[in-house]
Design a binder for this molecule. Structure first.
Ligand code: FRU
Length: 471
């Protein structure tokens, strides 16, 4: 029997094998939440990209369906069906996507529809937007939504002046699109380089709006995410502030779903933070985050928390600890768990929680009262040098004495959420076999609760067994 891959997440969405990247086409349609994603069903590399597909009625139990969109040989999307979104329009679901060919620098906008809840798809002939406007040097990733009587679309771009841009189109009928100019553009963000925005997304809260973009630059390629807070003035987005959507190194291309109960839900792509050869050996790469609820607080800050449905994966409670002692062993936690903590430093010394996975191998969550920050330190999170290292910070605003947070660990993905709303996503690849243990260090006063996470039988794959049989 082969040893289980402890890095492969269990409750997070991804197929059992092969490559995934961006979440796409997030829609509620026909009683289902649909989560599509960039997917190579044939290997662990970013090539021959399809739209993979999961759907769920409750965000807990998920069915994996056959890929929705497949590149058409010789067609406009011959080299990949790149990112986009979908809308529910009466009895059909309509997908807008970026048609990728290696012989074009831009990705025109193509469409496809499904009338059977996403089981089968028919591509529309031709392109809804064949060419980008003048002065554009990168162009892809449509995001379509309904606003009042009209449909609107943002497309990610880089425009003259090396600025990232979300270009705005409008349509009465989802067929004829009028270009209205940049909804918003900003940058450049890189010295001597240029910036482009991928996967622009827009959430509205009354007359306020959040514009979420993924920053791509000529030097590093995909880099990080940003959220602009603002509102609309004369058909353009006018920001009042911005910040990182996530404080970790491993979240990109987040996408939004407007749920029927009014919530804005968000999934992101967490890429591998290890040597490519290692993911080849593992046979898979990339994972989607848990669904997060994105909201805007009364004082205008952005708040992200796991969607309440994520509680549905909690199993047995494995730790309940309240304490105040040096080097406190809180017990075994397994490889997939959901942790809530209140940590209150007793001195100026850093203190926090340590996930210990093998002797000398640990991931630290540190509250540094002097620097006024929470640090996630993965410098020692893997004994294997092929894993990326680094220390990542969230500034702690105000005069907080105690820090409340929640951490979801599932194999190699770690998602941390401060109660105040900041998130930090990081990947780590412990070599230590189970059991993983949790410790408190630096004598904090703490309250920690940990539940095992378990997908149980809540994952099924239908209609494409051939993709899931052993290679
Ligand atoms: C973002 C991105 C998109 C593109 C897709 C290709 O990660 O580069 O801009 O449409 O991935 O897979």
């Amino acid at each position: 029997m082969s040893t289980p891959d402890l890095h492969l997440p269990t409750i997070h969405l991804r197929p059992p094998r092969n490559w995934i990247n961006d979440p796409n086409g997030l829609t509620f349609h026909d009683g289902h939440y649909h989560v599509f994603f960039q997917h190579n069903p044939h290997g662990p590399d970013h090539t021959g990209i399809h739209w993979g597909h999961h759907r769920s009625t409750d965000l807990v139990t998920w069915e994996e369906l056959p890929p929705a969109l497949t590149p058409t040989p010789g067609g406009d999307d011959a080299d990949g069906c790149f990112s986009g979104n979908a809308v529910s329009d009466g009895d059909r679901m309509l997908a807008f996507y970026s048609a990728y060919r290696t012989d074009r620098w831009w990705q025109p906008i193509a469409t496809a529809e499904s009338r059977d809840s996403g089981l089968t798809w028919r591509k529309h002939p031709g392109l809804v937007i064949p060419t980008p406007p003048e002065g554009t040097s990168m162009y892809r990733d449509p995001y379509v939504w309904r606003q009042g009587e009209r449909w609107r679309m943002l497309v990610g771009a880089s425009v003259t002046g090396e600025r990232g841009a979300a270009l705005l189109y409008e349509s009465p009928d989802l067929v004829d699109w009028q270009y209205r100019g940049p909804f918003f553009a900003d940058g450049p963000d890189v010295d001597g380089g240029w910036t482009g925005w991928e996967c622009p997304q827009y959430a509205t809260f009354g007359d306020r709006g959040l514009l979420v973009v993924s920053l791509w630059d000529a030097v590093a390629g995909p880099r990080s995410t940003r959220v602009y807070v603002g509102g609309e003035e004369a058909g353009r987005f006018a920001p009042t502030g911005h910040g990182p959507l996530d404080h970790g190194p491993d979240l990109y291309a987040p996408a939004l779903l407007h749920a029927p109960d009014g919530r804005w839900l968000l999934w992101g792509w967490s890429w591998e933070a290890r040597d490519q050869q290692w993911s080849h050996e593992a046979g898979w790469a990339g994972v989607l985050t848990v669904p997060r609820e994105l909201s805007l607080t009364e004082n205008g800050t952005v708040r992200q928390q796991p969607a309440s449905e994520v509680l549905g994966y909690r199993g047995r409670k494995v730790v309940h600890a309240t304490g105040w002692s040096a080097d406190d062993d809180l017990g075994e936690v397994g490889t997939a768990f959901d942790l809530t903590a209140r940590v209150r430093p007793n001195s100026d010394a850093p203190c926090g929680l340590r996930l210990e996975t093998a002797p000398g191998e640990h991931l630290d969550i540190v509250v540094d009262p002097v620097a006024g920050e929470l640090v996630v330190d993965r410098d020692h999170a893997s004994l294997d040098p092929r894993a990326h290292m680094g220390r990542y910070r969230i500034p702690l605003s105000g005069q907080r004495r105690s820090v409340d947070f929640r951490v979801i660990v599932d194999g190699s993905i770690v998602e941390l959420f401060l109660e105040s709303g900041e998130s930090l996503t990081v990947r780590c690849y412990p070599t230590g076999p189970t059991p993983w243990r949790l410790r408190a260090f630096g004598e904090p006063e703490h309250i920690v609760d940990v539940w095992e996470l378990d997908a149980g039988g809540r994952r099924t794959a239908i209609g494409h067994d051939e993709l899931h049989t052993a290679a």
